[in-house]
Write a protein that binds this ligand. Sequence first.
Ligand code: SAH
Length: 349
Amino acid sequence: MSVKKNIREFTLPELKEYFEAIGDKKFRAMQAYEWLWKKNARSFDDMSNLSLELRKKLAEEFELKPLTVDVTQHSSDGTLKSRFRTFDGHLIEGVIIPTEKRSTACVSSQIGCSLACKFCATGLMERKRNLHFDEIYDQVALLNEQSLKMHGTGLTNIVYMGMGEPLLNYKNVLKSIERITASDSMAMSPKRITVSTAGVAKMIRQLGDDKVRFNLALSLHAATDEKRNRIMAINETNNIAALIDALNYFYEQTKNDITLEYVLLNGENDSLEDAEDLVKVYRKIPTHLVNVIEYNSVAGIDFVKSGEDSTQIFTDYLAKHKVNVRVRRSRGKDIDAACGQLANKDKVA
Ligand code: SAH
């Protein structure tokens, strides 16, 4: 039994070599490559400028494991959530968030998540497996098509803030970004890509060593170890001091933007004392922005979002202490597309 190779593991020179070896023309390799990385072929049959015979041969030798759109839901605020099906039947979700100037895709990096942060819907699911780089790429390509169709413009930004912890699927996340930014593919600027992490210190340092060119967001959510341990178990092995060190290292190595994310949970992390702790942490990190996130309710989770008043008092305190703070209002709540709500819940009757 021969094991078929995934054709998307092949570089263009490797494909050319293969086509030559089977006695075909090199430019056919270029055509096949374009189908894979520019024209989003879902199968070898889609490659209509290749002969039937060649398509059959490719299908015999290689596999192409495409992601397909399962269901798409439209929010009243223009947010679009798509559920995708993997070749082996798993479901994952990706979102498009349109604003006046941007069309931002939020993509998943794992099927489920192993981290179990107390406030997050994905954390209630078990982690099934990592997404392969071509599956992450497919989400972006498919969301780009949807963005073009819906809004007349392709994606302008990508955030790895969907299901899963990107830094626990390091290689595939980096390879997907290599493809998204490659000139022979989508050619998106890495400056328009942000990877968000719950905080895996060792891998943040690795990003520095790898001199990546995309931006990083840290889901901080609490500014003392005692509080952070309570809501994010990952803090027990990656405490705030370790994260501060790692982020400084990342910044020294790359000079890329770092954003801190802080979801406001009523009575949990939204007091003035919490704001004071946050200012202290902010000053130790080479960051230019704290995104205060409105908490989105999740069935089965008891946290409640902070009220308007406490949100105002909290953010005013930050601003007064020279923290650049922005409040990120939720989008797509009516279809469970907002931050922390991605859990494959099917609302389609
Ligand atoms: N695992 C990565 C990627 C997920 S990003 C990370 O933790 O950064 C999703 C962002 O939404 C994270 O900042 C996450 O903490 C936040 N989030 C999770 N649940 C949420 C909820 N119910 N409401 C608002 N934000 C939430």
